[in-house]
Design a protein around this ligand. Sequence first.
Ligand SMILES: [Ca+2]
Ligand SMILES: [Ca+2]
Length: 147
Amino acid sequence: MPADRTGILFSNHLARSSAQVNRLLEDGSGVAAGDVDGDGLCDLYFCRLDGPNALYKNLGGWRFQDVTGASGAACADQYSTGAALADLDGDNDLDLIVNATGRGTRCFLNDGNGRFSEPATLSLPPGQGLAPWRWLTLTAMGILICT
Ligand SMILES: [Ca+2]
Ligand SMILES: [Ca+2]
């Protein structure tokens, strides 16, 4: 579907200079899908390597709105490789987990309306995050590890 129909205009560019420094970045990034604002429609969170991630609110009818700015989960200062949505704190809304090369794994709690905060105690520091291929395997299997 074209971007002017869906409202999703997202690309995941990787600068050659970044790839030359770390070949793992060429593995790309992932997408997480889930209803982050509780309106019954599945929203989309895209990870980006050279720039901020993007959260698109599903408006229905295959139309989406970029709500990244209000979400608090852009993660602009990292090479994001994967994301998952799961209820980490048991309050019946989807929280966000974002993995990044060189940054570790970050966990964001949802306020129930698709706005996220990042308690420092939930995230994994660099060197303790998940390698991209492990991240993909675990999320594909529905298994999530967060300490
Ligand atoms: Ca939604
Ligand atoms: Ca939650």
